[in-house]
Design a protein around this ligand. Structure first.
Ligand SMILES: O=c1ccn([C@@H]2O[C@H](COP(=O)(O)O)[C@@H](O)[C@H]2O)c(=O)[nH]1
Length: 600
């Protein structure tokens, strides 16, 4: 763990259901290689994960089982290690490749910008040669300008100890927001391609493994399941998903399941399968063959208490030399970026989802009542404006105490600035937010294009309403991330807050037994008024419509629906393209005294 990270707290744990074939799964790491330096539950780093995997590989080698490591993309954007380095990603590729990942693929964040897709081409694909698959993703080769698959479409291999014959595919969901140097081939088209149909004709397969940056409950995985099942009626199919930032497990049928393992290095997903046929099945005595294939899952809280327990190691025996070197390298990278630099001191916690919106402790209320109105000046003096920003641009909570360079990028990693359209009739401008937030044509188009404006876990919750219901009834807990105090062996009240996942297999998936954390709905977008109040008697005739440039497409479409026809030609850059991230940080510097009591 990183030197500043809090020590993990002891808590009641469920065991790993170790079996014939075992998997460790990470997804949506978003640059959190250093783990969470403010949260004890997730305080292990990539170096610890390397040690953890090594011990479990040794266990597999010792008992003749197998272990495979999988990562399903979105390794970049969302943490200062990636976003504040110059060039962005300077440390990321070096850190990632230190882990021995058996199967890896791209997420959508690797594709938003041409240079990060090229980063996959020049770094991640060769670093994980033979293990990186791109079943539905092409790139323009930067060396010759020609379109080609980013990596092989699929592979067939045998596991080391059991000789299980696996056919693997690596997908990305039907993403449409990529830059023009990559091509995401819709899954519907991919399943009709001859290479895919040919691959599925192979009958000498013990397991089909579909991993991808794809929500496990998506239409894309439903279609893949249906297509594969019709070609291979009884071969077990294991899916690994990503993108929606939640812990989830879906059961397709008795021999096909899907695991999704959260976000931000909070979760190491563990999956195991027993009773698989192997290449050597015929040579083995009949009694060794189990008739039924069984699947088990566990979501491991990413901290050393869990890791020590699951490997039966302790503080002295757990860290490997390789793991320690990587921990040290991450620390050096963090130091060289000066991530501890303090910009201000947060007077209290501000939450993305743990408080309703609006609420004094909602990060979005902070934005629309303080940061935006106090920072943004409309295009000309004495002008009035509305400013709209999407909630998905805010990626993490602010904890009471120091607001550092680290915090800045955890909360707002993206580079987009603000743009504006001058003098929009107020009667239309004032109706825009409803169109962006409520049922209607814009929301239908977002759904069709697989592009959303909310934080990903909220998009996921729309299909899993129990995520809200389960927590909405809980009263608000007044705890902070730093003061989680476990009391073992007792009732729900004595546990400390954390993940309490409810998936298709029940409520026993999390390795650590926790108290429920509240999870409240947030809208797609929030709005601040500048120079007037919504309740004012005299409404302005016209206002500047200002917005985060990431949502420009939707602003123009929305205004079009409201009868105001504008194109990108009518839009202007605000403050020479200053990023929203910098606007927020300047506000913090000005309003949250760095020397205040909370930080001493
Ligand atoms: O520049 C950006 C890029 C993304 N967003 C928001 O993030 C989600 C997608 O996040 P994933 O981690 O890929 O699931 C997207 O829906 C936007 O809400 C952004 O605001 N700005």
């Amino acid at each position: 763990a990183q030197p500043l990270a809090p020590a993990p707290k002891a808590a009641p744990l469920r065991e790993l259901p170790w079996a014939q074939l075992n998997f460790l799964h990470t997804t949506d790491i978003h640059g959190w290689w250093g783990g969470h330096v403010q949260e004890a539950s997730f305080s292990a780093d990539w170096g610890d994960y390397i040690s953890f995997a090594k011990h479990l590989r040794d266990r597999a080698d010792a008992d003749g089982s197998d272990l495979l490591l999988i990562d399903t993309g979105d390794r970049i954007e969302g943490n200062a290690i990636y976003d504040s380095s110059k060039p962005r990603g300077k440390f990321t590729y070096e850190i990632a490749k230190k882990q021995n990942i058996d199967l890896i693929c791209s997420g959508n964040h690797e594709l938003y910008k041409a240079e990060s897709a090229d980063g996959e081409f020049f770094h991640t694909v060769p670093d994980f040669k033979g293990n990186y698959l791109a079943s539905n993703l092409d790139i323009i080769n930067p060396n010759n300008g020609r379109r080609q698959p980013l990596a092989p479409r699929y592979k067939k291999f045998k596991t080391k100890n059991q000789g299980i014959r696996i056919l693997a595919f690596g997908f990305i969901f039907d993403f449409t927001g990529n830059d023009n140097n990559t091509f995401v081939i819709p899954v519907e088209q991919t399943v009709k391609e001859s290479w895919f149909k040919d691959a599925l004709r192979d009958k000498d397969i013990d397991l089909i493994l579909v991993y991808g940056h794809v929500d496990v409950r998506s239409a894309e995985y439903a279609l893949l399941y249906k297509t594969i099942r019709s070609a291979q009626w009884d071969t077990p199919i294991q899916f690994f998903g990503g993108h929606s930032h939640i812990r989830d497990y879906k059961i397709f049928d008795s021999t096909s399941v899907a695991l999704e393992s959260g976000r931000y290095m909070e979760t190491i997903g563990f999956m195991s399968i027993d009773g698989l046929r192997t290449a050597d099945s015929d040579k083995r005595p009949a009694q060794q063959q189990k008739s039924k294939v069984t699947f088990s899952r566990r979501y491991i809280d990413n901290n050393l208490f869990s890791m020590h327990h699951h490997t039966k190691k302790n503080e002295t025996t757990f860290p490997t030399e390789h793991g320690l070197n990587v921990t040290f390298a991450i620390g050096e990278a963090r130091d060289s970026l000066g991530l501890g630099e303090r910009y201000g001191c947060a007077p209290h916690d501000l939450w993305v989802s743990r408080r309703p919106y609006p609420h004094d402790e909602s990060i979005f209320t902070w934005l629309d009542t303080q940061v935006l109105p106090q920072s943004i000046k409309p295009s000309e003096r004495n002008k009035k404006a509305i400013i709209i920003t999407n909630t998905g641009g805010i990626r993490f909570d602010v904890f009471k105490g120091p607001f550092t360079k680290d915090t800045k990028f955890l909360v707002s990693p993206f580079t987009s600035g603000l743009r504006y359209i001058k003098d929009v009739p107020y009667k239309s401008a004032s109706r825009l937010i409803k169109l962006l937030n409520n049922e209607g044509p814009i929301l239908d188009m977002m759904k069709d294009g697989n592009t959303y404006l909310q934080p990903p876990e909220h998009v996921a919750a729309q299909y899993r309403p129990d995520m809200y219901i389960a927590s909405q009834s809980q009263e608000l807990h007044s705890y902070t991330a730093q003061d989680q105090t476990p009391l073992l062996g007792g009732s729900e009240d004595e546990l400390f807050p954390g993940y309490t996942t409810h998936d298709d297999a029940g409520k026993d998936g999390d390795d650590t037994i926790h108290q429920v954390i509240p999870f409240y709905q947030v809208p797609n977008c929030v709005q601040a008024n500048i120079g007037f109040n919504t309740g004012d008697e005299d409404k302005p005739e016209v206002v500047d419509v200002m917005y985060n440039e990431f949502i420009q497409k939707w602003i123009l479409l929305g205004l079009g629906y409201l009868g105001e026809s504008y194109t990108s030609e009518d839009t202007h850059s605000y403050a020479d393209g200053k990023s929203f991230t910098n606007i927020m940080t300047e506000w913090v510097k000005e309003h949250w005294d760095v020397a205040s009591e909370e930080c001493t």
